[in-house]
Write a protein that binds this ligand. Structure first.
Ligand SMILES: [Mg+2]
Length: 394
């Protein structure tokens, strides 16, 4: 058989020697998966899950698998090349990129260079800090299980949390990100904000509203899980995805409680289409789930009207800060999913978003930082500024 794949009569035919083997090797693009047999012999049937679509799919959700990949590639820009060893043509390209980057930076200037301006605009208001995790507090790494934050970053986040209401809002599972961060002073919103937990009695006397729960140490917590009824369907889809992608070299499927991440970071680009098609074939049978794209990642989540912006809004209300106009939320994040939080702050006309990026991106954030090391510097500046101010007041 010729290498690569052929499209014929609405079918995708993949070469078995170079692509992963699965029952989906020859399938119509429009087919629905009615049931799937797992390796342990059990059968999963989506028809046994009487879940109805809650929100109509967006244009992006209806886009083809090629659209997903294109969006994912656009969010995963190549590293900027080193100017010194490039050819003349490459240098011209780099010059052009540099000009464009500087123009973008004038619209989204450095939050470090403009630290004093940020403090000035927040004058008279109480700052609250909201942080993404991957790519913001930790570097993006090949193995998502190894996205550790540095001890310096942990100290900075702990100091920030002792001075300002602070929460982490991440696509990871809440438990996973807590394992990475290991700070009990914070609120954690996992699964893109679909799994929120924090101390019932927050810092500075803030009392969060919500369902009371106890953590494993018996501390009183507040728990909010708007997608709790999707637990079973997410578990089922995770098992299916594990099965159909197990032979894709480098593919990693991560269970994030109320969403699932499919990591492409260690998959050769020539296998991206095959992997995305496997995901599509599974997802086709679950209209109550939707797919979003990030940096070398596809994510499956419940089709409910909930995102990091809604989670930020909930947290502000839970902390008793939502209706106060003397609160100044600062949200720092690096990914497309963080844009919902940036948009919320723009709508609120108070607070600001900071995008972490070394490259040009469409964003609703006002300011930018290049990488987690600059986030660390920014957080340390905040701590020093607040401590100086408190010392002056004493
Ligand atoms: Mg991130």
């Amino acid at each position: 058989m010729a290498s690569g794949r052929m499209r014929k009569h609405g079918f995708t035919l993949k070469e078995s020697s170079s692509l992963p083997t699965s029952k989906f090797h020859l399938v119509p693009h429009t087919c629905k998966v009615l049931s799937s047999r797992l390796s342990d012999g059990s059968v999963i049937s989506p028809t046994t899950m009487p879940m109805k679509r809650i929100v109509a799919p967006s244009k992006a959700e209806r886009a083809s698998v090629h659209g997903w990949l294109e969006a994912m590639k656009n969010l995963s820009p190549p590293r900027m090349r080193c100017m010194q060893n490039d050819s003349f043509e490459d240098k011209t390209d780099c010059d052009l990129m540099d000009v464009k980057y500087r123009a973008w930076m004038s619209e989204h200037p450095s939050a470090l260079d403009n630290f004093n301006a940020i403090i000035e605009v927040s004058a008279g208001k109480r700052i609250a800090i909201f942080l993404d995790y991957d790519g913001t507090l930790s570097p993006i790494v090949e193995d998502p299980e190894c996205a550790f934050m540095s001890d310096d970053m942990r100290t900075a986040v702990k100091d920030v949390a002792n001075l300002f209401p602070t929460a982490i809002i991440t696509g990871r599972s809440r438990e996973k990100v807590y394992d990475f961060v290991q700070l009990s002073e914070l609120y954690y919103a996992g699964s893109h904000g679909m799994d929120i937990m924090g101390p019932a009695q927050g810092c500075h006397g803030f009392k969060a509203q919500g369902t009371k729960a106890l953590d494993e140490k018996g501390n009183e917590m507040v728990l909010f899980q708007p997608a709790s009824k999707f637990t079973q369907v997410i578990n089922d889809v995770f098992k299916l995805l594990e099965e159909v992608t197990k032979n894709v070299p480098g593919a990693k499927i991560e269970h994030n409680k109320f969403c699932i991440s499919i990591h492409f970071r260690c998959v050769k680009e020539e296998n991206w289409l095959a992997l995305a098609e496997q995901v599509q074939h599974v997802l086709d049978a679950y209209p109550n789930l939707r797919l979003t794209q990030g940096r070398k990642i596809l994510e499956i989540r419940p089709s409910i009207s909930w995102n990091k912006g809604k989670a930020l809004d909930y947290l502000l209300k839970a902390l008793g800060l939502g209706s106060r106009n003397d609160i100044f939320p600062i949200y720092i994040g690096d990914d497309r999913t963080d844009e919902d939080a940036f948009k919320l702050l723009t709508r609120r006309k108070t607070g600001l978003g900071i995008l972490v990026s070394k490259t040009i991106k469409d964003t609703n954030a006002l300011y930018s930082l290049r990488e987690p090391s600059e986030v660390l510097e920014f957080l340390m500046h905040l701590v020093k500024w607040r401590r100086r101010r408190l010392n002056r007041l004493m």
